[in-house]
Ligand binder design. Structure first.
Ligand code: CAA
Ligand code: NAP
Length: 248
């Protein structure tokens, strides 16, 4: 069987890098797509995944820029062939209460977290449909399900992802393409480290399993949803949150 090509945006971040190694362990060729122009971080990532050789490679992209996403996917298609698996994990926070939030803080988060998913999916949807296979996994958040103080921008972007996921899933279902989202709870990454310590401790103390999540626990769910034999699972949201939001 030919090797599946997977693109992971936010691929050198906390969750993204765990997703890259998990998908590589599952035999995929993985492209970690993340912001360029930061040699030290990219070199650190390359060191981290060196044992995978050319099975994991880095490619620069700004997901908020439609043309840049187009350039990335065109160049990957020329070098490796069509993309089989797209994991949208690029994301940012600009936490502040609505009463103080600037239009810039609102737009920055919506541009990356929501427009970025459109910008990437739009590049791969035709070829996935034409070839009759595709797996799209959008990384949303528990805070898109519950709302969070200081995150009207982030919660809106992540809730919006669910609508996008469900609608796209319907459009491509007959073409062998599945589209799902994962809603992680709080996990041990740089994003969560920026929360003031007192607030972070309080949040973690309320997680039913009694601890923060580890990136590999999210990667495991991505592997599950992107498997070849996961073709009957589409349009769903998979919460992976230590019981942080229990619902049905
Ligand atoms: N809950 C309730 N009240 C709060 C509060 C909270 N979490 N945070 C602040 N307040 C209160 C303050 O006590 C203050 O009250 P008074 O006016 O009576 O004094 C009022 O709200 C305004 O407080 P601030 O001026 O401090 O508010 P701010 O605009 O500066 O924002 C904040 C504070 C930065 C949002 C801070 O609350 C915070 O960092 N909260 C955590 C947000 C969070 O969970 N982010 C998740 C990031 S990780 C992630 O997003 C990954 C994921 O998907 C899970
Ligand atoms: P992270 O470590 O900050 O990783 C996110 C990566 O995306 C970073 O490398 C980031 O670069 C990159 N990025 C930011 N803007 C980008 C852009 N315009 N184009 C391409 N890449 C961009 O955060 P994480 O915790 O791994 O989060 C990954 C995803 O999971 C995000 O969508 C996040 O919202 C979601 N999530 C995280 C948690 C959690 O608890 N960690 C929970 C629920 C959901 P910079 O570092 O320069 O910003």
């Amino acid at each position: 069987m030919t090797q599946r090509i997977a693109v992971v945006t936010g691929g050198i971040g906390g969750l993204g890098s765990a997703i890259c190694t998990r998908l590589a362990d599952a035999g995929r060729k993985v492209i970690a797509a993340d912001l360029g122009n930061r040699e030290e971080r990219i070199a650190g990532f390359r060191d981290q995944v060196a044992c995978y050789g050319d099975q994991i490679e880095f490619a620069a992209v700004n997901v908020a820029d439609f043309e840049d996403c187009q350039r990335l996917i065109n160049s990957l298609q020329q070098r490796h062939g069509a993309v089989d698996i797209l994991v949208n994990a690029a994301g940012i926070t600009r936490d502040i209460s609505l009463r103080k939030m600037t239009p810039q803080q609102w737009h920055d988060v919506l541009h990356v977290n929501l427009d970025g998913v459109f910008n990437m999916c739009r590049q791969v949807v035709d070829s996935m449909c034409e070839r009759g296979f595709g797996r799209v996994v959008n990384i949303s958040s528990i805070n898109g399900q519950t709302g969070q103080f200081g995150q009207t921008n982030y919660s809106a972007s992540k809730a919006g992802l669910h609508g996008f996921t469900m609608a796209m899933a319907r459009e491509v279902a007959r073409k062998g393409v599945t589209v799902n989202s994962i809603s992680p709870g709080y996990c041990r990454t740089a994003m969560v480290e920026t929360i003031p310590e007192g607030i972070r401790d309080q949040i973690i103390s309320q997680i039913p399993v009694g601890r923060i999540g580890e990136p590999f626990e999210i990667a495991r769910a991505v592997d599950f949803l992107s498997a070849d034999d996961a073709g009957f699972i589409t349009g769903v949201n998979l919460p992976v949150n230590g019981g942080g939001f229990i619902s049905f």
